[in-house]
Design a protein around this ligand. Structure first.
Ligand code: CMP
Length: 138
């Protein structure tokens, strides 16, 4: 059992896609460990996306991710990192195959509806930045 972090980005929230996105992961057997809506502050966004800080798209990415609330979700399941990455599809929504979140719901490359951690190390780093490490008491 692994855990991973999914972030529904501001475009997904604005377009009222939260329920449909969450449903896909639940339907696939993943357990939701934690889920929270939050506004990423600029410093949080810059830390979250620091691996991309030298890329040309970084300023636009920071503008976009801080443009409205996001929904951060920790899910647990078999090979979560790998399976969830496959379920969300490639970064560019226009190249993402049907059946993936970005292929079915995404409109662009920066505005690509969701983020998901690309490794267990990234999951741990990202969840910590968003203060989402605690499992809620049952
Ligand atoms: P995400 O999976 O959140 O990781 C980095 C984000 O940068 C990516 O999704 C996109 O929203 C954004 N981005 C914009 N342009 C590019 C690009 N050319 N390559 C990768 N990511 C990009």
């Amino acid at each position: 059992m692994d855990r991973t972090l999914i972030v529904i980005k501001p475009d997904g929230v604005r377009r009222n896609l939260i329920g449909r996105i969450v449903e896909r992961f639940e339907d696939r057997g993943f357990r939701i460990v934690n889920l929270r809506m939050l506004d990423m502050r600029r410093e949080t966004a810059e830390e979250f996306y620091s691996p991309h800080k030298d890329k040309a798209f970084y300023p636009d990415l920071i503008e976009f991710i801080t443009s409205g609330p996001v929904v951060a979700i920790i899910v647990e399941g078999t090979s979560a990192v790998q399976v969830i990455r496959r379920m969300i599809g490639p970064t560019n929504s226009l190249e993402a195959p049907g059946g993936t979140v970005r292929g079915d719901l995404g409109l662009a490359t920066t505005e690509n509806v969701v983020h998901a951690s690309d490794s267990i190390e990234s999951f741990e780093r990202e969840a910590k930045i968003l203060s989402l490490t605690e499992e809620l008491p049952l």
